[in-house]
Design a protein around this ligand. Structure first.
Ligand SMILES: [Fe+2]
Ligand SMILES: [Fe+2]
Length: 206
């Protein structure tokens, strides 16, 4: 609780916005369970603010999975079979990212939240829009994780900091992927032939 107060006093509005979102996922929507996950409460090395960051991470990684799943479904239905397979793979990878935070919490006797998730965008203008949105989404995710790293450092929580670094290392790979697709769009354009060749490139990785 003390940590939450300290965060709210910070002038960085981004942190306050993030905190509101983190709190929001713990509020059940109508018709859902109001059960609170169990915590053993015997390990002083994990506090409520740390738990909030970790539950938020789980929710956001699962949400990333759904964003990419919706993109994959759209791509498949529009004939971009290579891109569809690759975005499906991206979707599956996001679920493994959620597991990293789950495993960490369970190590400290905290039951991770199984979060509610919003419906992501379902329709797209084309493969170029999907590439651009994915590029922007990964930047947003890295910003969130950097906030977690800042919190961990400010709190002297070096174990949480190391977890944040593991996530950030993963993010560099994510940026590498999305940057490459952005570069190819820039280099070869967005006409039908260029997109067909791009789809072929993606098929090799999917
Ligand atoms: Fe991720
Ligand atoms: Fe990602």
């Amino acid at each position: 609780m003390e940590n939450n107060r300290r965060m709210l006093k910070r002038p960085d509005t981004k942190v306050v916005g993030l905190e509101n979102k983190m709190m929001d996922i713990l509020q059940p929507s109508e018709g859902t369970t109001k059960e609170i996950p169990s915590k053993k409460g015997i390990n002083p090395l994990i506090d409520d603010s740390c738990i909030s960051y970790l539950n938020y991470r789980i929710q956001q990684e699962e949400y990333s999975s759904r964003i990419y799943l919706a993109m994959s479904m759209w791509l498949n239905n529009e004939g971009y079979m290579g891109a569809a397979a690759l975005w499906r793979k991206y979707s599956d990878e996001e679920l493994t990212h959620a597991d990293i935070a789950r495993k960490y919490m369970l190590s400290f006797g905290i039951q991770p939240v199984t979060p509610r998730l919003d419906q992501p965008k379902q329709t797209f203008a084309g493969l170029p829009e999907i590439i651009k949105l994915s590029f922007e989404h990964e930047i947003e995710v890295s910003k969130q994780i950097k906030e977690m790293a800042n919190h961990a450092l400010a709190d002297g929580d070096h174990m949480l900091y190391e977890l944040a670094l593991a996530y950030l290392k993963e993010q560099v790979e994510e940026h590498d992927k999305t940057q490459t697709w952005m570069d190819k769009l820039e280099a070869f354009g967005t006409d039908k032939i260029a997109l067909r060749l791009l789809d072929n490139d993606m098929a090799e990785l999917g």
